[in-house]
Design a binder for this molecule. Structure first.
Ligand SMILES: *[C@@H]1O[C@H](CO)[C@@H](O)[C@H](O)[C@H]1NC(C)=O
Ligand SMILES: *[C@@H]1O[C@H](CO)[C@@H](O)[C@H](O)[C@H]1NC(C)=O
Length: 313
């Protein structure tokens, strides 16, 4: 009898603490409503829509509302504090005030030398800790143009310019790997299907870690075009992405965030490390991606500006 009762109690407490949890092993409450990767909190790092996980949060509307696309240019040569860029802790949820934020804490992204600099930093265990900068407004089709220099002066260092929806796993990207400084790779994914066979390289470019080039993604409901310095080198037509087996177009179509990142691809899984060019040669530091500007032109005009900032606590 006694053992049976104990067993019942332990099953009950298990179900309330584990089965009820949505955010990893936690269950976010009203005080700390926003979930990110298994943790609950109430600040911008957790509640801003580019980080927050609506399905795992206190309620589906606990995350701050998604701000839709508005045409803009962020000129990172402008003085810090003028609205192009901020750290996530300084973001109060109003995309009209700040266009791009650094997503991580601690942050390895800052404005310096008339550009936005994302640095890959060596950690005590000799792996690299990088940076991710995201737009504060989402975009569903449009043109993204950035003038930048890659950080990838060693194998293992990956630099990226990405349009991505984390929840759905839709992505359109430019990626730079240190073993190929004379080219940039283009790729796209839909619905979290990581099909690496669709990568296509740009034609040869002057060293992408030294020279600034203009990289452009043109994304419409019908096609995606990748352009460098005004030269289109690849178009994917939605019509050609039809998969008869699953009955879907494997085409990115969900509202997504523009982001830039530097990360250590050399110390992870073998496939990723081989692609990134192996372990990082730390003698080649510093690894700094420099972004001069980003311009976004939205495909849909006129229905984008209804956003109201959250009441920040
Ligand atoms: C804008 O309007 C178009 C056309 O009505 C619609 O398909 C699209 O989803 C809207 N976009 C956003 C971001 O609200
Ligand atoms: C891509 O699609 C748009 C409409 O969504 C069309 O105007 C344009 O011509 C297409 N571009 C190419 C390269 O096929």
């Amino acid at each position: 009898m006694k053992t049976t009762l104990l067993a019942v109690i332990s099953v009950l407490s298990l179900s309330s603490s584990v089965l009820g949890a949505k955010c990893g092993t936690q269950d976010c409450g009203a005080e700390t409503p926003c979930c990110v990767k298994g943790f609950c909190n109430r600040n911008a790092l957790y509640c801003a829509p580019f980080n927050c996980e609506p399905a795992n949060s206190f309620t589906p509307t606990s995350c701050w509302e998604t701000a839709h696309c508005v045409d803009h240019t962020a000129d990172f040569a402008q003085p810090p504090g003028s609205g192009s860029f901020a750290q996530v802790a300084d973001y109060k949820g109003d995309p009209n005030q700040i266009k791009y934020v650094s997503k991580f804490e601690p942050s390895n992204a800052k404005q310096a030398n008339n550009q936005l600099e994302l640095t890959l930093v060596k950690q005590p265990d000799s792996t690299g800790f990088g940076a991710v900068v995201t737009g504060t407004r989402a975009i569903q089709y449009g043109t993204v143009t950035a003038v930048l220099r890659s950080a990838s002066t060693s194998g293992g260092v990956v630099s990226s310019m990405i349009v991505r929806n984390d929840v759905r796993g839709d992505e359109i990207d430019f990626e730079f790997v240190g073993s190929e400084r004379q080219t940039v790779q283009s790729n796209y994914y839909s619905n979290n299907l990581l099909d690496y066979t669709k990568m296509i390289r740009s034609p040869a470019l002057p060293d992408t870690t030294q020279a600034y080039h203009t990289y452009e993604i043109v994304w419409t409901p019908d096609n995606i075009t990748w352009i460098v310095n005004g030269q289109a080198f690849r178009t994917v037509n939605r019509a050609d992405t039809w998969d008869p087996e699953t009955g879907v177009f494997k085409y990115p179509e969900s509202e997504s965030y523009v982001s830039f990142s530097v990360w250590d691809g050399g110390s992870g899984a073998k496939g990723t490390s081989d692609w990134a060019g192996g372990p990082i040669n730390w003698a080649a530091e510093p690894f700094v991606m420099g972004i001069k500007s980003v311009t976004v032109s939205c495909f849909f005009k006129g229905n984008e500006t209804t956003y109201k900032p959250p009441t920040v606590v």
